[in-house]
Write a protein that binds this ligand. Structure first.
Ligand code: SF4
Length: 963
């Protein structure tokens, strides 16, 4: 029994409870911080902790965490915020501290597993990492030697690292990256990218006068906690918060002005606001004159008009005159007077408009990308670009270091991810993969799914299931995952990868006006190394044999090319010990020494190496405050080495430019026959400009015009596929909003976090009181929601907090498993029965959630029974023909449940889903001859320029086309 210890024997900080409540442990005490052990209360028993910084992995925000490692057991006891992290500033949402649940999850995968029976039978054997590497490495080696590069695919859900796969995959010589972007942010990315060449905004909420959000951004959006704290800061300093959200979200409840427009009408409202600014001459005339490509617009669209700013202003007035407040009110259902008052607020923002749309309307609607484009028009008109309180481009506020060695651009193009029909997509057409495989466009020999659960997260999950179980389409499926998922169940290998405190990664996000970099660390490994223990591989320090991807990819690359004859191994050799395998200290240490501005100097001031600095602090602030790259004057040397195109004012290099240090993709040379564009003349001054073909903000996108969409080349309103005219409300048709997040959940991995699941475990369908009365429904009644390809059965929640004619259901719930004690976490999933007959699938819940015995006594205290309903299974794929974004909103028919219906039932016909896929595919237009994609546009893992040429005709011979 431990005796109570006198406070006098403790360091001073542990004796002052008041101080502890108000402050973080000071960094100089992180090696040995002492607190009373709460489990020993009321006795005062001290426990010694080593505090190791890391980065949360539970959403994209990359907030800082401190892992509290018990110095007696070397187990992590808790996670709190890292005050040294410039993005999160010591704060976290509920999901950050819940990392502890994921680490201690009794159902987690602890060892590498190999399938023992047929796919999906759920029989597994434990294998060693050596066996895994040999088998997979040998298979990839054969594929590469036989020229089947496009049969190797890496498909990621939550990347959680910057720059890693840009190091790995090009070294293998494959164009095989696949992402989840097109079920997430593709619409918004496209809207921003056509304007400025960058596909994300970085609003400076804290210093704004007006904050305009098209999403439930403050509570769950992109970048949730770092943005939320700055939005509130902005409000406290007097900023007005305007929120467009069809649903009364927590964000809407904080707004000064909340409107609930009909889904898909957002762009009409934004253009009415733009029209107000233009028609009342309350826009930043000088900014627009200097930085918008109005001359190009006039030359191409109004060739008979004089190329003067005045004639552009005349054109602008007439272009948007049709977007009156009354028109927008008809489209949106929001009163014109309210829209006018929002427009007045925007007009009075004083050049400080922080505006953001990420998923929400941009991800919900056909043409959703124009919502982001129209929103950015307001930022441009108010001159709020790159200034304090305005909106910047993401790359100005983000830093991605280059590793010691990068392979050249690959000379291949993968049509399974970048098909000819979608030359402007942002990015890979990932959610169409199963349809492409069904059509015979190719096959996969080795398919890595990584922290990704497409069968559950994506639309049309049963089509995924049909493909994942078919070994003729996917030869080997390797699931790299920290937890079980519906998708991992159908894998051949299930390989446990670490949670946020069990891995190395670099992260930098545009969370505010500034620039920072953070270091995710395996806290137990770092703690053991601090006391002098040698750890060769991270799985030696993690629970079981949970590994991390960075080391895994290095070892796998050596296995693919053991003797270096394929030219792959060289990229994974130490920069310090030629010919030897690179270590994690060397990989990250080299970047900290050579590729993070200011870090070596800051570390030297503290007498540390850059690596030691990052291991101790976990983050480094590169720059504070807004910085607008486009306004940077070119140096006399740059100007001397450039030619100016007299017509456009663009400056091109004469000599090949040296590669940029930052590996945020940079537009490659436009096909001009000149060098690389480096700037543009503005009022006679050579300045850096934007990363667009014109080097200016592109009000008129020549790219859109040339690639078949001339009528959409300027910010325009596109009628959504759920426009009110297409929804027959008298026939009980509704629009289903299916995209909203819950603040406490993550897509897949929160199922393994008991605190989070206890808080959120139901996803009833929201319905307005008037609609419920019409249908005779009361809260708790079962209803059947029918989509084009099937239906799901859910309970209704009757509320005033949603627009009549619209229903909503969160996509965060409805987890399921096929076996009693295995697969998806039992605290969050229903045990289901799955039946199939010729493409007709029926899923029925056999048992909900309940208490069970495990290594965690809390699982016997589970009091909830609900696992929610899996609505995404019933959604067909609906790819926007321009951005490639899945258009999530569904037109549905709602009825009372049938007598045979049960809560959670799902019925789907995948033959119908394939027909819907073909119908949406037919909306695409043939790309510009000879180009698979405009070369200037962002593309992750940009191949060699030659690979962009010679796209096959997308409509010719789709069937049977092979790679
Ligand atoms: S917002 Fe929450 S989940 Fe996202 S990184 Fe921060 S703490 Fe983690």
């Amino acid at each position: 029994m431990t005796e109570p210890v006198s406070p006098l024997r403790l360091p001073p900080q542990a004796t002052d409870a008041g101080q502890r409540m108000q402050q973080y442990p000071p960094p100089e005490t992180w090696d040995d911080w002492v607190e009373w052990d709460q489990r020993q209360w009321p006795r005062k028993v001290p426990r010694h902790y080593m505090l190791v910084p890391t980065v949360c992995f539970n959403c994209e925000s990359a907030c800082g965490l401190l892992g509290w490692v018990d110095k007696e057991t070397f187990q992590v006891r808790k996670f709190e915020g890292n005050p040294a992290h410039p993005g999160s500033r010591g704060r976290n949402c509920a999901k950050g501290p819940a990392t502890l649940n994921q680490v201690n999850d009794p159902d987690r995968i602890l060892y590498p597993l190999k399938r023992a029976g047929g796919r999906g039978e759920g029989r597994w054997v434990r294998v060693s990492w050596e066996e895994v590497l040999q088998d997979i490495g040998g298979r990839i080696r054969r594929a590469l030697q036989e020229g089947r590069h496009n049969e190797v695919m890496y498909h990621v859900g939550r990347p959680g690292h910057d720059g890693l796969m840009e190091w790995i995959l090009p070294a293998w010589g494959v164009d095989s990256h696949n992402s989840h972007t097109n079920i997430c942010s593709a619409g918004a990315r496209a809207g921003y990218a056509f304007w400025m060449g960058f596909d994300r905004p970085s609003p400076d909420h804290a210093a704004a006068n007006v904050i305009l959000l098209i999403s439930s951004h403050l509570e769950t959006g992109h970048y949730f906690n770092p943005h939320a704290q700055r939005i509130v800061e902005g409000q406290m300093a007097g900023a007005k918060l305007i929120v467009f959200d069809t649903r009364l979200s927590n964000t809407a409840s904080r707004a000064d002005t909340w409107i609930a427009p009909w889904p898909g009408s957002e762009a009409a409202i934004l253009l009415a606001i733009a029209n107000h600014l233009i028609s009342t001459n309350r826009y930043d005339r000088d900014f627009v004159r200097r930085w918008v490509n109005w001359e190009e617009y006039l030359r191409l669209v109004h060739p008979d008009s004089p190329v003067t700013f005045e004639s552009f202003e005349t054109a602008l007035k007439s272009l948007y005159a049709k977007y009156s407040f009354e028109f927008a009110a008809r489209e949106s259902g929001v009163e014109a007077r309210l829209l006018r008052s929002i427009a007045e607020d925007v007009a009075n923002c004083g050049g400080k408009l922080a505006a953001h749309n990420w998923r929400s309307a941009a991800a919900g609607n056909l043409g959703g990308w124009q919502v982001a484009r129209c929103l950015f028009l307001l930022s441009v008109l108010t001159g709020s670009i790159g200034v304090e309180g305005g909106t910047s481009a993401n790359a100005w506020d983000k830093w991605v270091p280059r590793p010691h060695r990068l392979a050249p651009h690959v000379k291949r193009w993968n049509e399974l991810t970048w098909p000819g029909e979608y030359p402007l997509s942002y990015f890979e057409m990932s959610f169409l993969l199963p349809h492409f495989l069904k059509e015979g466009r190719g096959k996969l020999d080795v398919y890595f799914s990584r922290v990704y659960n497409p069968m559950w997260t994506n639309p049309d999950g049963f089509t995924w299931l049909e493909v994942l179980r078919d070994e003729s389409k996917i030869g080997l499926h390797v699931a790299l995952t920290p937890t079980w998922s519906e998708t991992a169940w159908w894998a051949d290998y299930v390989l446990p990868m670490g949670h946020g405190s069990e891995r190395h990664d670099l992260m930098s996000q545009e969370t505010h006006a500034g620039q920072w970099i953070a270091f995710r660390q395996p806290v137990r490994r770092v703690a053991l190394e601090r006391i002098g223990k040698k750890v060769h591989r991270t799985y030696e320090a993690n629970p079981g044999q949970v590994w991390e991807e960075t080391e895994f990819w290095v070892d796998l690359s050596w296995e693919i090319d053991p003797d270096g004859s394929l030219g792959i191994r060289q990229y994974f050799e130490s920069p310090y010990r030629p010919g030897e395998r690179i270590t994690m200290d060397e990989y990250f240490g080299w970047m900290f020494e050579n590729s993070v501005p200011g870090l070596p100097e800051a570390a030297a001031k503290e007498g540390l190496t850059p690596l030691a600095y990052m291991r101790r602090n976990g983050a480094f602030e590169i720059r504070a405050g807004a910085e607008a790259e486009f306004e940077r004057p070119l140096s006399p040397e740059e100007v001397a080495a450039a030619d100016v195109d007299e017509k456009t004012g663009i400056l091109y290099t004469r000599a090949p430019a040296s590669p940029p240090k930052n590996i945020v993709p940079t537009p490659a040379p436009v096909a001009t026959g000149l060098g690389r564009p480096i700037g543009v003349m503005i009022d006679g001054v050579p300045q850096f400009g934007f990363r667009t073909p014109s080097r200016k903000l592109e009000f008129y996108s020549t790219t859109l015009a040339e690639f078949g969409w001339p009528e959409l080349a300027i910010p325009e309103y596109i009628r959504s596929h759920v426009h009110p005219d297409l929804v027959d409300r008298a026939a009980n048709e509704f629009v289903l909003l299916s995209t909203y997040r819950l603040p406490t959940l993550i897509h897949t991995r929160s199922a393994n976090a008991k605190w989070l699941v206890e808080i959120s475990h139901s996803n009833p369908t929201w319905m307005h009181t008037s609609d419920a009365a019409r249908l005779g429904l009361a809260t708790g009644d079962l209803l059947r929601v029918a989509t084009e390809i099937g239906y799901f059965v859910d309970r209704v929640w009757v509320t005033e907090g949603i627009r009549p004619g619209v229903i909503a259901c969160s996509h965060h719930l409805g987890r399921w498993r096929l076996a009693e004690g295995e697969g998806t976490s039992r605290m969050a999933s229903a045990l289901v029965e799955l039946k199939e007959s010729g493409g007709r699938w029926d899923l029925r819940q056999r048992k909900g959630v309940g208490p069970y015995k495990s290594s965690d006594p809390d699982t016997e205290r589970i009091w909830w029974t609900d696992a929610g309903v899996h609505q995404n299974l019933t959604f067909p794929v609906q790819p926007d023909p321009v951005s490639g974004s899945h258009c999530w909103h569904q037109k549905v028919k709602v009825t009372r449940a049938e007598p045979e219906d049960r809560y959670g039932d799902v019925h789907v016909d995948t033959r119908e889903s394939h027909e819907v896929f073909k119908r949406w595919l037919a909306l695409t237009r043939p790309p510009k001859g000879g180009w698979r994609r405009p070369h200037w546009m962002l593309r992750p893992f940009r191949p060699d320029a030659e690979a962009y040429r010679s796209a096959p005709s997308p409509r010719a011979g789709v069937s049977g086309r092979s790679q």
